[in-house]
Design a protein. Structure first.
Length: 320
């Protein structure tokens, strides 16, 4: 089956995603040609010669109107992977009429697409790269941090970190842009708070996951002010960071109750529950390891970039 992959056109981690997706199609059920999104018009002759069975591309926070129109003219089926659902689902919704197959990273969006009349929609989370996020043969004897959080300071993350800082008894690492604005005063007050505000590579993230007793993973809120989610679709699925932490062999606490496929993941329901669970797991390394091992098994069994082409093939084969 011949696949045309259009790069995301986004920066940051999406550049990594583009490369990892392209690499995954080597020795897969697909013959793949990749074209950079911005150079597509110059490659139309090459695309016509290749004659792909379908186009595969990610949709994030903007609508590639011209691209979708071009493929419609060429009568090439389009598979769209909505990788910012449900936070930019207004953007996703504007694209569905141009696609023959919709893949979404969040199960909360499935019923939304069904209401829009889409015939083929599947849950397809962003996988983890187990060549980058690798579990170490011999885990660290002792952790550098009791708690680590990586990511943007959404309100629920700020609340969780402040709740834990006020306990004043754990070594806490917070990493991500914009945190300096939130925690500048706290850094002077709490000596056990470490702050990293520069961009971290996936390899650096993996190292933090492996050297922290607990990785805190609160999810982006569906009601965040800068979302484009007029229908207020609630996110129900684990984010891709959850899979990276699990593949690294790290233990995490998330604020979403996971689906049955990832039932081993530990979660908290409110701030008092968070304190209780942190106190429990910080002092129980064997229990942390047991949960982390179950997380690892549930993730690497099928949600990796190595398995992505085979899962995609089964879906496409039945839908197109």
């Amino acid at each position: 089956m011949k696949l045309l992959y259009i790069s995301s056109g986004y920066g940051g981690i999406y550049r990594m995603f583009d490369q990892w997706i392209e690499d995954s199609f080597i020795d897969s059920p697909f013959s793949c040609v990749k074209v950079e999104r911005e150079t597509l018009p110059a490659h139309m002759h090459k695309i016509r010669t290749f004659s792909p069975d379908f186009v595969f591309m990610m949709i994030g926070d903007h609508i590639p109107t011209e691209l979708l129109h071009q493929f419609k003219q060429e009568k090439i089926p389009v598979v769209l992977w909505m990788t910012e659902d449900p936070f930019y689902i207004d953007v996703s919704a504007a694209c569905v009429s141009d696609a023959q197959l919709i893949l979404t990273i969040d199960e909360g969006a499935l019923s939304f697409y069904k209401q829009l009349g889409t015939n083929h929609t599947h849950y397809f989370p962003i996988p983890t790269n187990t060549h980058v996020f690798q579990k170490k043969e011999s885990p660290h004897e002792s952790c550098i941090y009791d708690i680590a959080l990586i990511g943007y300071p959404y309100p629920n993350r700020i609340k969780a970190i402040n709740t834990l800082l006020h306990q004043n008894k754990w070594r806490i690492l917070v990493a991500g842009k914009e945190w300096h604005r939130v925690l500048n005063k706290s850094r002077r007050r709490y000596r056990d708070l470490s702050l990293m505000t520069h961009w971290l590579s996936p390899e650096q993230m993996a190292d933090i996951y492996q050297t922290s007793a607990i990785v805190l993973n609160p999810h982006r809120p569906a009601q965040f002010a800068y979302n484009q989610n007029k229908a207020n679709v609630q996110n129900m699925s684990l984010n891709n960071r959850a899979f990276d932490i699990a593949a690294s062999g790290g233990f995490q606490l998330t604020d979403l109750q996971p689906s049955q496929a990832f039932s081993s993941f530990a979660f908290y329901t409110h701030e008092n529950d968070l304190i209780k669970q942190v106190e429990h797991y910080v002092t129980n390394p064997q229990q942390r390891q047991s949960v982390a091992e179950n997380n690892y098994e549930q993730v690497v069994r099928w949600n990796t970039f190595d398995t992505l082409p085979y899962r995609l093939y089964e879906i496409v084969k039945s839908a197109l």
